[in-house]
Design a binder for this molecule. Structure first.
Ligand code: SP5
Ligand code: ZN
Length: 325
């Protein structure tokens, strides 16, 4: 399988994240990719598809903000990474501010997703890496893998959060130019992807994830958000392969009925039993069977990396998953 990666994705190196009332080391750090690269072997660099595909999904003002945010933060005399501290939960609407703090809050929903000096560059190349895998699948490959970092599935058309800044899956889906199904198997609900899918025809979204009544991102991912183009299958903490597999079969049946021409998989290895921030109990040996079930759809498939924070198991988990295609 052709695998894509760009070294500029390493440049995003958050100094930490804030949750439970304290700063913690960033779970989403560049060391993750060393583990994956060591396990998957040769990778190819993407070409630059430019801003156009990003603008098909994201608001221009949001992209301008992301590109300029760190410079504004720095110009305001702040040290370290840019963090929001206040959020417009009521009446969120596009407003013009002259304070970086107001912009940070209006474009984000958590305090785990800081913006550093190279966050834009890394997120940009993460999206380009996804587009390169799409290009490979559109031309001649059955399957392609994009080692995307930072991840994308929590980012919406005009917001970031959950370690995600650009919606790699939705950018691929729009650029595919055909009917696309997105299957999200990260531990966390792909709220950003879901929000974007609601605004686009020709995309459907199925997600298997931790019950948002107990787990991040809390405010999305509930079963009652399911509709024509959306299927949410939340599962309790402690879920093992015996509970996961029937959900996967259900999601794949649903996708088949939607008659897509292409599949995008948002793959998170944070469903693994050792993941430090997640609570499913999948084993390394479950990932190849998972991929074989997905591959049985017989669709051209782009696999995008999302989460996965158990660095010692991460490389093997990704390689096992890819081996099933
Ligand atoms: C792409 C992805 O997997 N994003 C996940 C973002 C989750 N952020 C949650 C931050 C709070 C983590 N709480 C951890 C408790 C550890 N005991
Ligand atoms: Zn996740």
């Amino acid at each position: 399988m052709r695998c894509f990666w760009d070294d500029r994705q390493r440049l995003h190196a958050p100094s930490g994240e804030f949750f439970n009332g304290a700063m913690h080391p960033a779970a989403e750090h560049p060391g993750r990719v060393d583990a994956i690269l060591a396990a998957i072997g040769r990778t190819e660099e993407p070409v630059d598809f430019g801003l156009h595909p990003l603008l098909q999904v994201h608001r221009a003002e949001y992209l301008d903000f992301l590109r300029e945010a760190y410079a504004h933060w720095h110009a305001a005399g702040r040290l370290g990474d840019a963090f929001p501290y206040t959020f417009p939960i009521a009446g969120r609407r596009p407003l013009k501010f002259s304070r970086i703090d107001a912009d940070l809050g209006q474009y984000s929903f958590d305090t785990s997703t800081p913006i550093g000096p190279a966050t834009w560059e890394a997120a940009y190349w993460s999206a380009q890496t996804a587009l390169a895998a799409l290009q490979a699948v559109k031309s001649d490959e059955r399957t392609g893998f994009a080692l995307c970092r930072p991840p994308g599935h929590h980012a919406g058309a005009d917001y970031f959060g959950g370690y995600s800044y650009l919606s790699n899956a939705a950018i691929c889906a729009v650029s595919a130019g055909k009917r696309v199904a997105i299957l999200d198997v990260d531990y966390h609900h792909g709220n950003g992807t879901q929000d974007i899918v609601m605004d686009h025809d020709a995309m459907v979204f199925a997600s298997i994830h931790a019950d948002p009544t107990t787990d991040y991102p809390f405010y999305w991912g509930h079963a009652d958000e399911s509709r024509g183009s959306i299927l949410n299958l939340p599962f309790p903490r402690g879920t093992e392969w015996s509970g996961y597999e029937p959900a996967l079969v259900r999601a794949l049946d649903w996708i088949e009925k939607a008659e897509p021409e292409m599949l995008i998989v948002s793959y998170g290895a944070d469903t693994h039993e050792d993941d430090p921030i997640s609570h499913f109990k999948l084993k390394t040996s479950d990932y190849a069977p998972m991929a074989r079930r997905i591959a049985a759809l017989g669709l051209p498939t782009v696999v995008l990396m999302e989460g996965g924070y158990a660095v010692d198991a991460l490389g093997t988990n990704v390689a096992e998953f890819l081996s099933g295609f």
